[in-house]
Design a protein around this ligand. Structure first.
Ligand code: GSH
Length: 210
């Protein structure tokens, strides 16, 4: 059994998709960021970083924080979604890394300066808007060549990228309209039962940044 500390933001959805794809049994522990629960001693005892998502796996005794680490851990544990050759795995790492290290943080910056900032600061707003478009364009270009990000098979990279398209990009004025290959890919990934179960999870009583 896995204890899963989360909030249903794009990052929480990424980890939830991987839990569902790998068929793990898990218990949800919503963490209310708006009320500062991520910085409360109870949560810091689980993850001193004070951020979500985090999982604690009773079967192996490990605690793992962050979408990429959680995804790699679960896929490694179950021997799936990482590819069966060195070159395929390199493509999975490449696109999973781009999503976790570049696209996710770009959307976070875009959210902070467009939605959370008490005053509008033109430079960071423009900077993060441009970053998001540039990175989505890289995914778009890739998906005009291959069915999925790492090639012809669904992988960890797609599981991590899906919430960027389904949740984060919904905040953009035109959504995914300028990215037809991404839209095609999004519809395909959305049909996966594991993705549907993960995206339907809700954190009752918890305010979600939107
Ligand atoms: N690199 C981390 C980022 C995690 C992250 O930013 N989590 C947010 C929720 S989506 C959080 O806990 N924010 C609280 C804070 O930064 O204080 C990942 O990929 O999961």
């Amino acid at each position: 059994m896995i204890d899963f500390y989360w909030v249903p933001t794009a990052n929480g959805q990424r980890a939830a998709i991987l839990l569902e794809e790998t068929g793990e049994q898990y218990r949800l522990h919503p963490v209310d960021l708006m009320r500062g629960e991520h910085l409360a001693p109870e949560y810091l005892a689980v993850n001193p970083v004070g951020k979500t998502p985090t999982l604690v796996d009773a079967e192996t005794g490990v605690t793992v924080y962050g979408t990429l680490a959680i995804g790699l851990y679960l896929c490694d544990k179950h021997g799936m979604l990482l590819g069966d050759s060195l070159t395929t795995r390199a493509a999975v790492y490449h696109w999973a890394g781009l999503v976790a290290s570049d696209l996710g943080p770009a959307f976070t910056g875009q959210y902070i300066f467009n939605v959370m900032a008490p005053e509008r600061l033109e430079f960071p707003v423009r900077y993060f808007d441009e970053q998001v478009v540039r990175l989505l364009s890289a995914l778009e270009h890739r998906l005009t060549e291959t069915a999925f990000l790492a090639g012809e098979a669904y992988s960890l990279a797609d599981a991590l990228a899906y919430p960027a398209a389904a949740t984060s990009a919904a905040r953009l004025p035109e959504g995914l309209q300028p990215f037809p290959a991404l839209q095609r890919w999004q519809h395909t990934v959305a049909e996966r039962p594991a993705v549907q179960r993960a995206m339907a999870l809700s954190a009752e009583g918890v305010d979600v940044p939107a």
